[in-house]
Design a protein around this ligand. Structure first.
Ligand SMILES: *Cc1c(COP(=O)(O)O)cnc(C)c1O
Length: 444
């Protein structure tokens, strides 16, 4: 029982100099748990003694552990720019700096300053996007998955949506077009074959319960060989003739022409908009290179109807999203692509990448690494099977061991032909110093 009396008092622990500057309530909570456990062990005669110093150290350790960040920055050295597991698109310091003025202040988010009355949340972004895309109206929701859901629920509840069998895709994270459709209340009417769907397949499927013809970007796969799909202009014509809504779920939308011939069979937003689609939607954080959002663009009359759906309230975006999106769109209007890291990384020439990697090789020593020319992909369910050139640093040594060591040091590389590679396609120059230091540390 002597041992029980030796247990320190919580209020004494909290004021111990070891814990100076720490939050007393969190400390007390941790200390209480530790002491309760100790007391139970003493009573159960599981322990015969304990050390007070060790107990204090243990409390400090648990306290520090509690405040270890869960989300932390990583260096994406995989070469895959839109790595969904690592956060897809990056936001530049410049854009974040501009939007922080909105985030850290009250704003006119839903306030019409001129009239002194309630304003429209979606107006800020739509004003700029209308300029950029030349569409009648725009609406922004939480992500493209919610855009698809909102559109189907608004226009096709208990009605048929005609989709090609080649476009019933699963995006990843178990987002499947057929399942989203059934959850939204829309009825899927599949047409055509996996590899071919023509205009007549759509035409023959139209009936009195049809509401919409929907085209879905295949996103993360491609059908090669004997395959064909129906072009959007034909889908649009069928919709006009039959008084139906046409909708294109693009997945990823992009503005400037893509380098490395990546734009082949992957039309830009401007090209798609030439067919005058009634509605399109795309992700804010894929090739568009901004924040997570679902951007819907098209006919004002239809977007007005979307705005009246109660669901919109549940899919509503915050000022954080809207302000970052507004700044990204402004960067597009200025053609300031260096403020959009996704584009900056994609547009880096092979030559300039080679120079960067060679400089790093010189810095860490040619005996420890080689400069390797390789291929990468965009990722994020965009540009399926389209490879483009990249340059990587091959760190010599056992690839699996190196991969693990670098991963522990927050650098996520990739293994190719038994070589551990640090691919600089997806690395911004400001991280080069950290990479050099880590290589030197690990090689030592
Ligand atoms: C990525 C994608 C989605 C989902 O978009 P999120 O922004 O990830 O919600 C929907 N449809 C297609 C075709 C896609 O490629």
């Amino acid at each position: 029982m002597n041992l029980l009396r030796k247990l320190p008092k919580i209020d004494k622990i909290v004021i111990n100099p070891l814990f100076k500057g720490l939050n007393p309530s969190r400390l007390a909570q941790i200390a209480r748990e530790k002491i309760d456990k100790l007391r139970a062990n003493i009573l159960a005669k599981n322990i015969e003694n304990f050390d007070n110093e060790d107990l204090l150290k243990d409390i400090k350790y648990s306290y520090d552990k509690l405040f270890e960040p869960s989300l932390k920055p990583l260096i994406n050295a995989t070469g895959v720019i839109l790595h969904t597991n690592m956060g897809r698109s990056l936001i530049s310091e410049h854009i974040l700096g501009e939007s922080s003025k909105i985030i850290t202040n009250y704003s006119n988010l839903e306030y019409n300053q001129e009239k002194g009355c309630r304003g429209e949340r979606y107006e800020h972004v739509s004003k700029h996007l209308k300029n950029l895309l030349h569409v009648e109206d725009v609406l922004v929701v939480n992500n493209n998955a919610s855009a698809v859901f909102l559109i189907l629920n608004t226009f096709a509840k208990n009605k048929e949506v005609i989709v090609s069998r080649g476009e019933l895709v699963e995006i990843g994270g178990s987002f499947r077009i057929p399942e989203v459709m059934s959850q939204s209340g829309a009825l899927l009417h599949e047409v055509g074959a996996t590899n071919k769907t023509n205009k007549n397949d759509y035409k023959n499927a139209i009936n009195e319960n049809s509401a919409m013809l929907m085209k879905v970007h295949q996103s993360n796969f491609s059908i090669e060989g004997f395959s064909d799909d129906t072009n959007y202009a034909d889908i649009k014509t069928l919709c006009v003739d039959n008084n139906l809504i046409d909708y294109y779920d693009l997945g990823s939308g992009y503005i400037p022409e893509l380098p490395y011939n990546l734009g082949k069979n992957e039309p830009s937003l401007q090209t798609i908009l030439k067919d005058d689609p009634s509605l399109i939607s795309f992700s804010g954080d894929k090739l568009f290179g901004s924040v997570q959002a679902g951007i819907i663009a098209g006919k004002k009359e239809l977007i007005d109807k979307l705005k009246k759906n109660q669901l919109l309230r549940m899919l509503r975006v915050d000022k954080i999203t809207l302000s970052i999106l507004e700044e990204t769109i402004k960067a597009y209007l200025k053609e300031d692509y260096k403020s959009i890291p996704t584009l900056w990384m994609l547009f880096q020439s092979e030559e300039s990448l080679h120079i960067r990697v060679s400089n790093i090789q010189k810095e860490v020593g040619e005996s420890t690494c080689n400069v390797i020319k390789s291929k990468t992909v965009m990722g994020g369910g965009t540009l399926p099977n389209r490879e483009f050139p990249t340059v990587a640093l091959h760190v010599k040594g056992k690839a699996t061991t190196l991969e693990r060591s670098f991963r522990k040091n927050n650098i996520i590389g990739r293994i190719e032909n038994d070589m551990f590679l640090i691919d600089f396609r997806s690395i911004l120059p400001e991280f080069e110093k950290q990479i050099i230091n880590t290589i030197k540390e690990i090689i030592k």
